[in-house]
Design a protein around this ligand. Structure first.
Ligand SMILES: Cc1cc2nc3c(=O)[nH]c(=O)nc-3n(C[C@H](O)[C@H](O)[C@H](O)COP(=O)(O)OP(=O)(O)OC[C@H]3O[C@@H](n4cnc5c(N)ncnc54)[C@H](O)[C@@H]3O)c2cc1C
Length: 401
């Protein structure tokens, strides 16, 4: 077993390619976008994922690209802070906001650079069919000539093409969380001083996130039944966001003013991918493609990095790919289940049904950290992120089949 085709050069794909290369495999990564995709939210590297980054030798680069986040505050329509939570209030071991926050685009770039030698990348292409035989998987592509690989891994995100081709339509595995998320770059802001600001009204939240260099991202999340639309129609998506938040106070009108021009616009339905099995023969899924927990989990990127480490390590040490895929699931299942469960609380918190709930949320954010044991309560996310303990696969011998 040697050649591995990976679909997707987001977070999971390059991380898997790194570790496969490390163990002597020949990975090829095919990515639909013409280049590594910039943009997207600030994301947190938590718990075990930091150890994976350290073992990959990229932790210092990740730390250097830290967004400088200092905390999170909810504000009312007049901009007055109703509750705050400092990143360091509970130390590195606790807190909803992790200390190690980085822009998704920066992480994708760092992972791509860490794999630019020894890993074959094909940008601007995608798999169009996969046919499994006893000895390999024949892949056809939109642009490149057909090729046969020993294994194929779908690391192509929430709307995975590999999953659709091999496991069936997305509707069979997607569990709807009843809301949409939108993120885009907004006007330069030097006054945020590292603080994320969020304004909630029943059913929706608008947010402003400081980025390095005085830049800032706007974020909008809103409860809504699924709306009929073409996923590539960004004009329609921008219009839905503008209409939904049209009557809100705080800085919302100004943020909406930047919406139509924002080049790095991200819009998606909040949903989770839940599957009974992440593999079928010689094809397996990784990251959001297999177990998306939604941005509400605050752990999607960490799960992708840890999953890549485990999958590559098991492939390098198991007697065959069937055993490796089974062990990968055994190691990851409980971690994934708990992250997906945690995300459901995030939906309630950012899209509360009533003003009463908003007041209760703000009250608990103000009070709980100061109560005995409060720090532990808020440390749940960090604890969750350390659910998986990493094996030292390097210490185990390589197997080929
Ligand atoms: C542009 C972008 C912005 C994002 N912004 C946010 C955000 O603001 N907040 C948040 O919480 N999460 C965001 N995410 C999701 C977040 O990055 C993932 O939850 C997490 O990092 C898990 O990584 P992943 O590699 O499994 O999936 P992803 O990071 O989604 O990467 C999947 C990759 O596969 C590629 N791809 C998709 N379909 C195909 C195909 N058919 N063939 C080949 N390649 C394909 C995509 O272009 C992408 O590069 C964003 C994802 C993208 C792609």
């Amino acid at each position: 077993m040697n050649s591995v085709l990976i679909s997707g050069a987001g977070v999971a794909g390059p991380a898997l390619a790194y570790w496969l290369r490390h163990y002597g495999f020949a990975p090829t990564v095919v990515e639909r976008a013409p280049a590594p995709r910039a943009g997207g939210q600030a994301i947190d590297l938590r718990g075990t994922a930091r150890e994976v980054a350290r073992r990959m030798g990229v932790l210092d680069q990740v730390r250097a690209a830290h967004t400088g986040a200092r905390g999170m505050a909810f504000v009312n329509a007049a901009g007055k802070r109703t509750s705050t939570m400092a990143s360091d209030a509970l130390g590195d071991s606790g807190g909803v906001i992790a200390e190690l926050e980085i822009l998704r685009g920066d992480l994708v770039r760092i992972l791509h650079e860490a794999t630019d030698s020894g890993v074959e990348y094909a940008f601007g292409d995608r798999i169009t069919s996969l046919t499994q035989t006893d000895t390999g998987v024949r892949a056809t592509f939109e642009r490149a000539a057909p090729r046969t690989f020993d294994l194929v891994i779908g690391a192509d995100g929430l709307h995975s093409g590999v999953r659709s081709l091999v496991f069936g339509p997305e509707s069979r595995f997607a569990h709807d969380l009843g809301a949409y998320i939108c993120v885009f770059g907004t006007t330069q802001r030097d006054d945020l001083d590292g603080w994320q600001l969020m304004h909630t009204v029943p059913g929706r939240t608008a947010g402003l996130y400081p980025l390095p260099g005085g830049e800032a991202n706007a974020m909008f999340v809103f409860a809504s039944p699924p709306l009929e639309h073409d996923r590539r129609d960004t004009a329609w998506q921008r219009n839905v966001v503008a209409t939904t938040f049209a009557d809100d106070g705080w800085e919302v009108p100004r943020l909406l003013g930047d919406l139509s021009q924002a080049p790095d616009f991200y819009f998606d339905r909040l949903s989770q991918i839940r599957m009974d099995s992440w593999s079928d023969g010689r094809v397996a899924l990784l990251g959001d493609a297999a177990f998306c927990a939604s941005p509400m989990a605050g752990n999607g990127t960490s799960m992708a990095l840890v999953g890549a480490y485990v999958l590559a390590g098991e492939l390098a040490t198991a007697p065959d790919h069937t055993t490796a895929f089974r062990r990968y699931e055994e190691v990851m299942r409980e971690y994934v289940r708990r992250c997906q469960k945690f995300a459901l609380g995030g939906v309630d918190s950012l899209m509360p049904k009533s003003r009463m709930f908003i007041r209760m949320r703000d009250f608990s954010l103000r009070v709980v950290p100061h109560l005995p044991g409060g720090a532990r309560l808020f440390g749940d996310l960090q604890k969750l992120a350390s659910t998986v303990s990493l094996q030292d696969y390097r210490g185990r011998s390589l197997t080929s089949s």
